[in-house]
Write a protein that binds this ligand. Sequence first.
Ligand code: TYM
Length: 333
Amino acid sequence: MSKKIFSGVQPSGNLHLGNYIGAIKNFVDLQNQKENQCVYCVVDLHAITLKQDPKILKDSIRETTAAFLSSGIDPNKSIIFNQSLVPAHAEGSWILGCIARMGWLNRMTQFKEKAGKDKEKASVGLYIYPILMAADILLYDATHVPVGEDQKQHLELSRDIAQKFNSDFNVPNFLQVPEPLIKKKFSRIMSLKDGTKKMSKSDASDLSRINLTDTKDQISNKIKKAKTDTMPIPSKINELEKRPEVENLLGIYSSLNNQNIEKTINEFSGKNFSDFKETLADLVVEKISPISKEIIKLLKNKDHIDLILKNGAEKANEEASKKVKEIKKIIGF
Ligand code: TYM
């Protein structure tokens, strides 16, 4: 069955191995299944929900685009663009904001995490951000949305908004109710320093994550310093319980090698961590270094990246503005 795929990544600082394994790697696999139509967006309107330096933002948008391209997303096969070039996202978001309920937004755990203790000082944009995400998805009639596990609740909200719109205006199936594509395994890559926290660009310690632009030495050093424990690598999967750091490292290895965790355990069971970490570092370098080299190369030609985004935005604009026009007609404008 052909799928319409939509997903987005924020251009706020370095992309890391969590973004790659949880999202971008899957974007490429989906694009390469011929029957799929894919739209991949650099969500710059989402990024400004937290304060951004205007001098840096434009380059961050290009860097995220370069990471898409370097990982294998092909502008001849997929639409690649940045959100702010397509006004329909903001317009659609306003209308859908009048469909979404306060109670739904109040349940969003990511807002609570990101706003921290002083909710009063968070931007209103941060609070209503899941509505913009719903607009992103619904304006393209996306059937499937590949994301990491942390976006699951936002996707449920998109589904609720689509269903309420269809029912309020008596337009069954007008807004496509999207299915999340969240891998059962490896959809939540954890910090290298604390296996109970997800790997994140906002973590103060750079040692907690592997950035897609890290050098070979940085990668090896970070894996060498990654937290483990004093026991050897187990021989059974259930022995990973209460060993989140070990589970995470074995998960990273399995995912990058496209194999299940049982096979990885068989390969390394009983061995000590220094041997495993060396093999893991070699694998991460093998997978990430070509991407980081290509990112650096692509960033030397900013005009080329800008042109890809502009061409992508033209195609995206055609689809999204048509949908907004239909929405406006339905609601009586
Ligand atoms: P963002 O930019 O925080 O992350 C981009 C993608 O990377 C995944 N991810 C992870 N996966 C596994 N382990 C981790 N540690 C990890 N950290 C991040 C995220 O789940 C995501 O898939 N709101 C979204 C962007 C967005 C979007 C959309 C996504 C805006 N509109 C529409 C899908 C559809 C976000 O902030 O992702």
